[in-house]
Design a protein around this ligand. Structure first.
Ligand code: SAH
Ligand code: SF4
Ligand code: F3S
Length: 475
């Protein structure tokens, strides 16, 4: 039998309620607006969540949100730098905004997020139509930057903070389903994976104050949300130290705390770095029905030499042991991953190790990429991007093909089983079907039943599955 280690929460729950009430989790809306902003987001969930913080900050000004770009007085684009292609996409969007600006010269364009941080004021020189450049830690400064650009100046703030977590800002939810939402619990990243631009665009790691996280989760639950994902580049290194008592809160403790908001609030998290996910977290998942049985555990590459070049700080054996440990403690856990092909000097044999680990880990799903060298990263400075583009692509296709098979097998394995499903709305294909999600983060479509609707839980028996989704019936 596994020895059970309870996750202890060193916080007084009674006091916590008082503390939440005291948390200034509101931004003061300035009431009716005379101007409109439009915001477009690219990149990871954190960036999408940041756009909601930006929307909240702009709500304190004379700006209301619009979903129609042609109505906007201010166009904002929250950008990603993770791969070259991500930046290319944004440059294309800027060309499009230029056309809009030609028609309406009063329109201002602001670039936010990681590309703003990476390129700083050079972006203003390269892209003449850009009026505003604001990095991920500068959004509180928008109320002073925006009036300046309205007056014809250019505005830049790319200061990276060691403390900013926007913990007192309640994000304004933008085009979501009203059921699932994100809560950022930390910002930045202190890992130095050699391929990665994030430590440069988002700065040092810092954890958000837990009471404000809880207050946000409670607020979401009250508004009808039933599924929250705690976000960070590396959530398992969450560590908040109470400045007064010096008490520490770990990620496992935070998870348990958020799960305590309500048994009907599902809690997820992303992303876990394999080196940091602890047994404590695994026990928390096992012991709390509403902490989802799903872990995103990016592998990047299956070969130990490549992992070392990437500075991932684990090797193949260590990763596989972690996967075994997860399945041992949580047998019905689904694991997903990120994989990258053609990293510097990767040989054909080493690439096969990625395929090997994928098969061993039996991922339910994965995000897969060809390596894209990023300026300023340790890999760009010290290693040679020497795997030809067509080889990277071919290896990527092999990885994708294998993952399709693994996803299909994972879903076939669910046939006949009954899952508790959270209804998210109508299925894409038919008004007569609901779309829901299992704890394992799989989409299930099933015929509707009277009396049930969005935000309800129901039990569904799985009848069939493709590599992308499941089909079932209510039991
Ligand atoms: N913090 C997360 C990853 C964030 S970036 C983690 O550590 O797992 C999301 C994914 O993009 C990474 O997992 C990686 O697979 C991919 N990625 C990052 N940098 C990349 C690059 N230079 N080229 C291709 N893919 C990259
Ligand atoms: Fe990038 Fe590594 Fe940090 Fe993830 S953990 S954001 S891959 S440096
Ligand atoms: Fe992209 Fe920045 Fe996220 S580079 S993946 S938007 S942290």
């Amino acid at each position: 039998m596994l020895d059970r280690k309870d996750v202890k929460v060193n916080f007084d729950l009674e006091k916590m309620d008082e503390s939440i009430q005291g948390t200034a989790l509101q931004t003061k809306s300035k009431g009716p607006k005379s101007k409109k902003f439009y915001i477009e987001s690219y990149g990871c969930a954190m960036n999408f969540n940041d756009s909601e913080i930006v929307a909240s900050v702009l709500d304190t000004m004379d700006y209301g949100n619009t979903q129609k770009i042609e109505e906007a007085d201010l166009i904002l684009v929250n950008t990603c730098s993770i791969r070259e292609k991500a930046e290319d996409t944004i440059r294309k969007r800027l060309k499009y905004y230029q056309l809009i600006k030609q028609k309406n010269p009063h329109v201002k364009v602001g670039v936010l997020g990681c590309m703003a941080e990476r390129l700083k004021s050079t972006l203003l020189e390269e892209e003449k139509i850009v009026d505003l450049v604001a990095g991920p830690d500068a959004y509180r400064d928008l109320p002073s930057l925006i009036p300046a650009i309205e007056g014809g100046e250019k505005g830049v703030n790319v200061f990276l903070s060691r403390v900013e977590t926007y913990d007192d800002i309640l994000p304004t939810r933008l085009d979501d389903n009203g059921i699932s939402s994100f809560i950022s619990i930390m910002r930045g990243c202190d890992n130095m994976c050699t391929f990665c631009v994030v430590p440069f665009t988002r700065g040092r790691e810092r954890s958000r104050e837990p009471y404000s996280i809880l207050a946000e989760a409670e607020d979401l639950f009250r508004k009808g949300y039933r599924d929250v994902t705690l976000l960070g580049q590396n959530v398992d290194s969450y560590n908040w130290v109470n400045p007064e008592t010096k008490e520490e809160m770990t990620f496992a403790q935070l998870l348990v705390l958020v799960a305590g908001v309500h048994p009907d609030l599902r809690v997820r998290f992303s992303t876990s770095h394999p080196k940091d996910i602890t047994d404590e977290v695994l026990y928390a998942i096992r012991d709390h029905e509403n902490i989802c049985k799903y872990i995103h555990l990016p592998l990047q590459a299956g070969n130990s030499r490549i992992l070392e070049l990437m500075n991932r700080t684990y090797d193949q054996e260590w990763y596989l042991n972690k996967v075994r440990r997860i399945y041992e403690i949580i047998p019905d856990c689904a694991i997903s991953s990120d994989m990258m092909t053609g990293f510097c000097s990767e040989t054909e044999e080493e690439h096969k190790d990625t395929l090997y680990v994928m098969e061993q880990a039996k991922y339910s799903m994965a995000y897969m990429f060809a390596y894209s060298e990023r300026p300023g990263t340790p890999a760009q400075k010290r290693l040679t991007d020497d795997v030809p583009e067509e080889v990277k692509k071919r290896r990527l296709n092999e990885v994708i093909r294998l993952q399709n098979q693994l996803s299909y097998a994972h879903n076939q394995n669910d046939i006949g089983k009954v899952f508790k499903v959270l209804i998210e709305g109508n299925s894409k294909r038919s008004e007569n079907d609901f779309k829901g999600r299992t704890s394992q983060n799989k989409v299930v479509n099933f015929p509707k039943k009277e009396g049930l609707g969005k935000g309800d839980y129901t039990h569904v028996r799985i009848l069939s599955g493709t590599s992308a989704s499941l089909r079932g019936e209510i039991v």
